[in-house]
Ligand binder design. Structure first.
Ligand code: PAF
Length: 281
């Protein structure tokens, strides 16, 4: 595996592969890689001949009171894992490469509607930062396929809309949520949890399963959402939302809409904010 930080080397490597007729896959990450990320590298390998992984902790997608500075940066361990998972090229740009005018003066892409609700409403500007950095990474790497994890389901919908509206010629693929044995979705932020919080954390997934069961039993969406919020609070979370939405565009389903739906939750345990989701069909 080669590691490059500059655009010239990145482009030379990708162009050489493309000249050979090879398909190139990209897995964008913020590092601190775990089994969930590695499953995306494996998925990318199924769709491409060469796999590029980017590691960049993107400042523009963090709010002022969020964890940008303390976000875990573990490049040495990440590199070892990526070699084991047969990544071909690791791209580790610095802030100047991604934001030549500085992050605060950067161009910002806003993806309306699907980017304004749920995470977009609770973390203002978050998806502007995601859409902007993903557009930049796609332009820099120029992959044939890019792979994103379903744990950040709303992000996958934002990225698909971005790609469609900018008419980018990249295929977007989504890999399933990878969970710990007790149901907790793998996330770099799980490492912030102390042991008592870690013991409570699987209640997030349990609540999603409960929402699915309740909805399938015929309970109304609003009742399921309200009861799920109370369930999370009882389990020691401070909940931002527990929502039943259309999987496609995160819109609020009509009362008689029963297919193509999913539940999404975001809640805090202490300082740690976790998100998760579950498709209903
Ligand atoms: O999902 C992530 O890790 C990030 O949001 C992404 C897509 C790498 C953009 O910074």
């Amino acid at each position: 595996m080669r590691t490059v930080a500059d655009l010239r080397s990145l482009r030379a490597a990708v162009q050489a592969w493309k000249k050979e007729g090879l398909r190139v896959g990209l897995v964008p990450t913020m590092g601190n890689l775990h089994a969930g990320h590695f499953s995306l590298v494996e998925l990318a390998r199924k769709h491409a001949d060469r796999v590029v992984v980017s590691v960049f902790v993107n400042p523009t997608q963090f709010g002022p009171d969020e964890d940008y500075t303390r976000y875990p940066r573990t490049l040495a361990e990440d590199s070892v894992g990526l070699v084991e998972h047969q990544c071909d090229l690791l791209f580790v740009p610095n802030v100047e490469t991604m934001y030549p005018a500085g992050p605060e003066h950067a161009l910002r892409i806003h993806v309306p509607e699907v980017g304004d609700t749920l995470e977009g409403a609770h973390r203002p500007g978050h998806f502007d930062g995601v859409a902007t950095v993903v557009a930049k990474l796609l332009s820099m790497v120029d992959p044939d396929v890019a792979v994103f994890g379903a744990k950040d389901w709303q992000q996958t919908r934002v990225v698909r809309r971005l790609v469609r509206e900018l008419a980018l010629s990249v295929e977007i693929t989504t890999g399933p949520v990878v969970r710990e044995a007790d149901g907790l979705a793998m996330s770099s932020r799980n490492r912030y949890l102390d042991s008592a919080q870690r013991a409570r954390a699987p209640q997030l997934h349990a609540t999603l399963e409960w929402m699915r069961e309740s909805f399938i039993e015929g309970h109304a969406r609003v009742a399921v959402e309200g009861a799920a919020m109370r369930r999370l609070e009882r389990a020691g979370f401070v909940a931002d939302y527990a929502a039943v939405r259309r999987a496609e565009d995160l819109g609020i389903p009509a009362d008689d809409e029963r297919t193509g739906l999913m539940a999404l939750v975001a809640a805090r345990l202490g300082e740690t904010r976790l998100i998760d989701n579950l498709a209903f069909d």
